[in-house]
Design a protein around this ligand. Structure first.
Ligand code: ADP
Ligand code: GLC
Length: 487
């Protein structure tokens, strides 16, 4: 099949979270099966600054958007590990910014240009996709544009769209006064009219209304977003499209996240020989400035420090637990000042137990997954979550809230049966988190003898799970074939 994959992030070029990982690994898995898959992303300043080699594909595409005349160029580079092209839309006025997402007030324009440019790019290349797979609000105008401004072009006669919602918390809703700048004035009839009357328009809602099929990134989240509690105001629209809405669990790139061959960790290990993991732990602690003791478990965190991730619970639980129980904590992440300040203060209060690393570092993320005994992810909501899966692969027991993709990937360990992969609490409150962390520490005990045997069982259960994209890709292909017209 011919598939155009449009996203605001793609690793390793531009990533703030799991969207970047999925936008690389899913196309890579499609390419491995012989499909003609191509990825489109903006060329942010950081993409240029990383020393990748780019080929200029189209020196200039000029098109009108409302009163503006937009000029973009398109560059390409292969998606690492494949021959599939990533197309970068270059428009310095919009994308040469310090961060991928910006607060300058022109996000509607920056990402509307991505949508328009992706379709113009197809026209310039004569590329007729069977499927345009659009991701999150930043690419959600394409289904409407195809049915309106681009409907005349026979190139797209057989093109169908799939929208994947990675996070319903971000909807790209803007003041109706900006729709001209987004190039939507001629198609305003197609926007949701009630919302428009209330003075707003939404990228994601538009995608939900017009995509041929909608997916989200876990079966549990697919159910949750159709309820008022988790629907963030869009549940009624999602229920109305329930017949084409599916939850497909994300996979992980198991070449990149493989403890037996990971260039970013100091010692390799595997399900048959975990000794390298212990050495990874010792080195991680040393580099974080904490003392190493084999009998004291290490809890890791790698996360955006955002409201979604549930660290509010840590404020209530961690200081007391650190006083009473023996464990250490290494936290990697940046984000909202409140959480950064909390972890900074925690590290000051417990200097031999806690290290806070305020950075975004692939190397440290891998080192923490490899060197920790447990991984803490108390998310308030979690569409899928990748880090708990990386943890499972690295023999690091996840401690999670039963929500979204966390509920679909982590099961409570039962010492009686030896089954289960981690520690899961049902209610998002301090008592829930304290219970799950307490259970994990109890089960660890002194990390020796019969307790260690039990822990090894837990680790092996997780390490054996089939988490790679090769186990997921069939669900996407089935969906693509369902929406694509018969040949
Ligand atoms: P989300 O997309 O909501 O942030 P996921 O668990 O799906 O959550 O994906 C997060 C991704 O971002 C993972 O690959 C994780 O390793 C990475 N990540 C998050 N924070 C950092 C950080 N500070 N340094 C390096 N990688 C990070
Ligand atoms: C979003 C979600 C996360 C998911 C990722 C990739 O960022 O917050 O749960 O894993 O997208 O789909």
């Amino acid at each position: 099949m011919k598939i155009l994959f449009v996203s605001s992030e793609v690793a390793p070029f531009a990533k703030t979270g799991g969207l970047g990982d999925v936008s690389a690994a899913l196309p890579k898995a499609l390419h491995a099966l012989g499909h003609d898959v191509r990825v489109v992303v903006p060329m942010y300043a950081r993409v240029l600054g990383r020393g990748h080699a780019f080929t200029e594909v189209i020196p200039e595409i000029v098109f009108p958007m409302g009163d503006l005349t937009v000029r973009v160029a398109v560059f390409s580079a292969p998606l690492p590990g494949t021959a599939a092209p990533v197309y970068f839309v270059r428009c310095p006025a919009l994308y040469d910014r310090a961060n991928i997402y910006d607060t300058a007030g022109d996000e509607h324009l920056r990402f509307a240009v991505l949508n328009h440019a992706a379709l113009r790019l197809c026209q310039h290349l004569g590329f007729a996709p069977d499927i345009i797979h659009v991701n999150d609000w930043q690419a959600s105008l394409i289904p409407l544009l195809l049915r309106t401004l681009f409907a005349w072009d026979r190139l797209f006669a057989r093109t169908r769209t799939v929208l994947t919602i990675h996070n319903l918390g971000h909807q790209g809703t803007f003041d109706a006064g900006l729709l001209g700048e987004a190039g939507l004035a001629p198609v305003a009839d197609g926007l949701h009219q009630d919302q428009l009357r209330e003075g707003r328009f939404g990228f994601l809602l538009t995608g939900i209304l017009y995509a041929n099929a909608i997916t989200t990134v876990s079966p549990t989240y697919a159910r949750e977003i159709q309820t008022p509690e988790h629907g963030v105001g869009l549940d009624a629209f999602l229920r109305a499209r329930a017949d084409v809405l599916r939850g497909i669990l994300n996979g992980i790139d198991d070449a990149e996240w493989n403890p037996a061959a990971d260039p970013l960790i100091p010692h390799a290990f595997s399900i048959d020989d975990l000794s390298g993991k212990e050495r990874c732990k010792a080195e991680l602690l040393a580099s974080a400035g904490l003392p190493y003791r084999q009998d004291v478990p290490l809890v890791g965190v790698v996360s955006r420090l955002a409201w979604q991730k549930g660290f509010d619970l840590c404020e209530a639980v961690l200081p007391r637990m650190l006083e009473r129980r023996r464990f250490q904590l290494v936290v990697l992440g940046t984000g909202e000042g409140r959480y950064e300040e909390f972890f900074r203060a925690l590290a000051r209060a417990f200097p031999r137990q806690v290290a806070y690393l305020p950075a975004f570092s692939e190397r440290l993320a891998h080192a923490i997954e490899a060197g920790s005994d447990m991984f803490l992810m108390p998310s308030r909501y979690e569409p899928c979550g990748l880090n708990q899966m990386y943890s499972l692969r690295y023999g690091t027991a996840p401690i999670v809230h039963r929500t979204g993709g966390l509920a679909d990937t982590v099961w409570n360990f039962d010492p009686a049966t030896g089954r289960g992969t981690g520690f899961v609490f049902d209610h998002f409150d301090a008592a829930g988190l304290a219970w799950a962390l307490g259970r994990a520490l109890d089960l660890w005990g002194d990390g020796a003898g019969a307790e260690l045997d039990r822990w090894r069982q837990l680790q092996r259960n997780g390490m054996r799970l089939p988490l790679g994209w090769s186990h997921r890709i069939g669900e996407y292909l089935e969906l693509y074939r369902l929406v694509a017209p018969e040949a």
